[in-house]
Ligand binder design. Structure first.
Ligand code: ADP
Ligand code: ASP
Ligand code: MG
Length: 586
């Protein structure tokens, strides 16, 4: 048997649920099918609960929209008749309960964790009910009866042994397709409804696969597989064919949201392979994750990142050579349930930097200042503060171990693009190099690293064209004509991300439309000036960018120095800089 998990977008609409039906019904072996809530519903349930608790009447309409979305989906899936009526009836029972809970929250103006967990559980309860009525020979199960959690460090942790036993008992006999709501669970002592955390349906599926020794765990989602980077940030990212468990774990632990991090361990433990598939393009092979290390392939398999992190540095000359400082740092943080995802300490031992999520930063400083109060008072250690607004990027690959020069290339690439590295860490396992940059440089960092480490199908060049007279206008017309040919024949994507004349300026990270730019500039452009141009180009902070000066303006030529020092290349048809005073030229 196999376990298949379908995410929110895969069960988000009538068409996609019909696709899921086709995929499940054509499976060659019995399947346990784990489903998420309809796409967006988990967020909407949380929002509606928050509105009700805040006394905002809008919660009623928000609830009504949730109810309409589910009823509409059923109506689109099943023709009028007994089946549809019976499903709508069961659906309405759940929705009525949910409405009562929202009303209760509104009246009492209180939203405890227990209530919030109850509210959010309806997403998966509703979706699994719907899917089980659509798939031939399917039976619906209640995951709260066999996925059991216990409270540890203020977090609901799965009781693995108990859960495995209950899963085995529940699925001693299998229907053709067993539909299971993902994400939801219950406390093993109190029976209260809990959940496995956002994105937790993947984890539900992995737990079941491991308990039943499934042949494979299939994660069906809305992308072609595990990609070299988040495709929403890197347009040239592509699908990775094969990953080892370690690589997959490193990548998803670091923000590649395609798989929820705790998912890998249970199946890794049982050596059950994972395949990531695209529900909307089932013919695509996807990504295969197993214990197999792909020898001889690229050193770097993927890049991932975490935004919104803070760096906390414990430093002071009083730390040098003192035993137990790090022990105290980690003990204090662990006692307060704070997870640390990056550590960097220089061999001089006079500072230790740790990366935490920004939501944990204030508490981290508080507990560390308390822990080291005595040393701070005597000046041995500096008062501990957090530097926020940062992001961490990780490059991952098991073959880095055998390839010298990766770190050199990485930091060289960042340096050449004017990106400052604030902290970095590489473990001796050499499967991951992580570094911290300003959050504003994250997108650029990901792009330049992707560009230098991966042979993408194409490379991107981002142009700012200033001046649209005879020279600039012809240049833009030529680029427009050649864009497609350059992409197809030379793998070069020429992206014009900014156009300006003396009056107006227009910018767009994803590229401007060269067929309509004159009208767009008039209608949507902002007032143009050399300062506006410089500030906006720097604010956009785009990788591989070139400023093309097609003006005859001394003021525009005066921008080159700033642009060059910010790693923006300059191409000038404007002769002024090169033919005026030698000092300007220099
Ligand atoms: P589901 O609802 O199916 O669980 P998610 O939204 O949780 O789907 O995860 C899929 C999304 O993960 C993709 O749409 C993509 O934007 C994002 N993502 C981030 N990093 C990666 C990556 N390296 N490879 C593929 N997808 C990624
Ligand atoms: N529905 C839950 C969420 O949105 C769980 C999941 O989809 O994996 O986080
Ligand atoms: Mg997910």
């Amino acid at each position: 048997m196999k376990v298949m998990k379908f995410g929110g977008t895969s069960v988000g609409s009538v068409e996609s649920i019909l696709t899921v039906k086709r995929i499940v019904e054509s499976a060659q072996e019995p399947a346990i099918v784990v489903v998420s809530a309809l796409g967006g519903i988990t967020d909407q349930l949380l929002r509606t609960g928050a509105m009700a608790a805040a006394g905002d009447q809008g919660f009623r309409e928000s609830f009504a929209a949730i109810a309409r979305r589910h009823a509409g989906t059923v109506e689109g899936l099943l023709p009028e008749g007994r089946n549809r009526a019976s499903l709508l009836n069961s659906l309405n029972q759940l929705l009525n309960e949910l409405q009562d809970i929202f009303n209760g929250v509104y009246l009492i103006k209180d939203l405890s964790t227990k209530t919030s967990n109850t509210i959010v559980s309806y997403g998966e309860r509703l979706s699994s009910l719907i899917v089980s009525h659509v798939i031939e020979g399917a039976a619906c199960y209640d995951a709260r009866l066999f996925i059991k959690t216990e409270l540890k460090h203020a977090k609901n942790i799965v009781d693995t042994d108990l859960t495995a036993r209950l899963v085995r008992e529940t699925f001693r006999e299998l229907p053709k397709a067993a539909i299971v709501p993902g994400f939801i669970s219950s406390d093993k002592n109190t029976g209260e409804v809990t959940n496995l955390g956002r994105g937790g349906s993947d984890h539900t599926a992995a737990i079941i696969a491991a308990a039943l020794d499934a042949s494979i765990l299939e994660i069906w989602t809305d992308v072609d597989g595990f990609m070299t980077a988040d495709p929403k940030v890197i347009s040239s990212a592509y699908t990775i064919k094969e990953l080892s468990y370690v690589e997959a774990m490193e990548l998803c632990n670091f923000g590649a949201k395609v798989v929820y991090p705790p998912t890998i361990y249970p199946v890794f433990h049982k050596n059950i392979p994972i395949r990531i598939k695209n529900t909307f393009r089932p013919e695509v092979e996807g990504t295969y994750i197993s214990s197999h290390k792909s020898e001889g392939s690229k050193a770097i398999k993927g890049i991932s990142s975490i935004n919104d992190m803070s760096l906390i540095t414990v430093q002071g000359l009083g730390m040098v050579g003192v035993i137990g400082v790090n022990y105290r740092i980690f003990k204090a943080l662990a006692k307060n349930g704070i997870s640390v995802f990056l550590v960097s300490q220089a061999s001089s031992e006079n500072s230790t930097s740790i990366g935490v999520r920004t939501v944990d930063a204030a508490l981290s400083c508080e507990v560390l200042n308390e822990e080291f109060a005595k040393e701070i008072e005597t000046g041995e250690i500096t008062r501990i503060t957090a530097e926020s607004g940062l992001a961490t990027v990780a490059i991952v690959g098991e073959n880095m171990k055998h390839t010298p020069g990766i770190a050199g290339k990485l930091f060289g690439t960042l340096g050449k693009n004017g990106i400052n590295v604030i902290a970095c860490a590489q473990g001796a396992s050499e499967t991951n190099i992580s570094f911290v940059v300003e959050a504003a440089s994250l997108r650029k960092s990901l792009n330049v690293i992707h560009d230098s480490f991966f042979l993408s199908e194409y490379q991107v060049l981002n142009l700012f064209v200033c001046g649209i007279g005879t020279v600039g206008g012809s240049l833009l017309a030529q680029i427009h004509m050649q864009q497609q040919k350059l992409m197809q024949e030379n793998g070069l994507k020429l992206n014009v991300v900014g156009i300006a004349d003396a009056k107006k300026a227009l910018f767009a990270r994803e590229g401007l439309n060269l067929a309509t730019y004159r009208d767009d500039l008039k209608e949507q452009g902002v007032k143009s000036s050399p300062d506006v141009l410089r500030d906006e180009i720097m604010r956009m902070n785009i990788f591989n960018s070139v400023f093309v000066d097609c003006t005859a303006s001394a003021e525009i030529a005066g921008l080159y120095k700033d642009l060059l020092s910010h790693n923006v290349s300059v191409v000038a048809a404007n002769k002024i800089a090169a033919s005026s005073r030698y000092a300007d030229y220099h």
